[in-house]
Design a protein around this ligand. Structure first.
Ligand SMILES: CCC/C=C/C(=O)SCCNC(=O)CCNC(=O)[C@H](O)C(C)(C)COP(=O)([O-])OP(=O)([O-])OC[C@H]1O[C@@H](n2cnc3c(N)ncnc32)[C@H](O)[C@@H]1OP(=O)([O-])[O-]
Length: 360
């Protein structure tokens, strides 16, 4: 997209019409892009350490390096336009007073409040099963949360389930001639999906409000903290479904809980109670369901008031040691699954589910 000087000036006018404060980080970004667009790379002397505001502005501008004035104009205009559309999308109906809703999601409720971006699975009538749309929306929500003003991001489920994992309808209505393509596309989506958890730059917390199945369990190894209600259970019925582990669990579960315990869970479908998952190190702490929400959100509010940048750099230090390995594991798991999805074992398990002969 080529942005003219006129578009750039229009964006400056539009910015004045914003009703909500976009937050310091976004304001610094806008400042830096504006300076780069109008004056080119940072050319002023570095302010003293104690001149916090000037230093933050200088750092933001300087961080743009040799970005061209054209590109800076373009990025500035794009950022303003995204702020305007987010504001005009308005607050979602499901938000409480004080929460700002992120519009445009069908399968999730995404809100930001008290420096916490909450991403809530929202298909309660289907036990929050993750259909293709939800995979895509989660990837988008994580991208948004990485850039927004929140300090931490939290996943939870609406209704009685956390989530029942992959929506098995993702595999239905596929013509035999399209099976290979379906498996390849699904593996690509899964790789991108898990990759967005591996790369997420801020502390990521799971508030497991009820039973969790399949991929929603394996992904927990990629979260920084996991809190669970005592109603929650953790089940990865991969063999039963003719499938194989994903979410980097083939590497992270043995690391978290030791091979023997991981084998029972990942090979033999062992379903864990919340207290078992806690004893194995997959869950940090279990709360009685009656006080779960109150206790957990009070704690998260306190975490989210800690210095945001310090938390982000610390999270990244911890994650970066393993990032490459995790991406490699993710690729391999997706490759194996591509084959599994074409196997008779997997097809038979799906037929069984849809015939309602057995439930897990
Ligand atoms: C891609 C990456 C690899 C990922 C692997 C995994 O995640 S492996 C793990 C994959 N996950 C599984 O294998 C879990 C499969 N699901 C189950 O075994 C059971 O539904 C249950 C135990 C979760 C809840 O039993 P319950 O008797 O309490 O409730 P209910 O059964 O009456 O459910 C209400 C409605 O929701 C529907 N629905 C729920 N979950 C799914 C789903 N995942 N899919 C589709 N639909 C699902 C259900 O059909 C029903 O729809 P209806 O009839 O109203 O149109």
């Amino acid at each position: 997209m080529q942005v003219s000087q006129k578009d750039f000036e229009k964006a400056q006018e539009q910015l004045k019409l914003l009703k909500n404060d976009p937050g310091n980080e976004t304001k610094l970004k806008l400042y830096a892009l504006f300076k780069q667009a109008t004056e080119g790379p940072c050319n002023s002397p570095k302010p003293g350490m104690l001149d916090f505001v000037k230093k933050a502005k200088w750092d933001a501008w300087n961080s743009l390096g040799s970005l061209s004035q054209d590109n800076a104009r373009q990025e500035y205009t794009k950022l303003v336009s995204s702020l305007i559309s987010a504001e005009s999308a308005g607050r979602k109906k499901d938000t409480s007073p004080g929460e700002s809703g992120h519009g445009g999601y069908e399968t999730l409720i995404v809100t930001t409040d008290n420096n916490i971006t909450k991403i809530m699975f929202n298909r309660p009538e289907k036990k929050n099963a993750i259909n293709h749309k939800m995979y895509r929306e989660i990837i988008n929500a994580l991208q948004e949360a990485a850039k927004d003003d929140s300090t931490i991001a939290v996943f939870t489920g609406n209704g009685d389930y956390y989530t029942s994992g992959n929506d098995l309808n993702n595999f239905s209505n596929v013509q035999p001639s399209e099976m290979k393509k379906m498996a390849k596309d699904a593996a690509e989506l899964l790789k991108e999906f898990v990759g967005s958890f591996i790369d997420f730059p801020k502390p990521l917390i799971a508030v497991v409000n009820g039973p969790a199945v399949g991929i929603s369990v394996t992904l927990l190894g990629l979260f920084d903290v996991v809190y669970a209600s005592d109603r929650a259970t953790f089940h990865t019925p991969f063999s039963q479904l003719g499938q194989s582990p994903e979410g980097c669990s083939s590497y992270l579960f043995p690391k978290i809980m030791g091979s023997a315990k991981a084998n029972e869970i990942l090979l033999f479908n062992k379903k864990l109670t919340a207290s078992e998952a806690c004893a194995l190190g997959l869950v940090n702490e279990v709360f009685p369901d009656s006080t779960f929400q109150k206790e957990v959100w009070a704690r998260l509010k306190a975490y989210a008031s800690l210095p945001k940048n310090s938390l982000a750099v610390s999270k990244q230090l911890l994650r970066n040691i393993e990032k490459e390995k995790l991406h490699a594991v993710n690729s391999q798991e997706c490759e194996v699954l591509t084959e599994r999805w074409l196997s008779d074992e997997c097809l038979n398990a799906l037929v069984t589910f849809f015939q309602r002969k057995s439930k897990l």
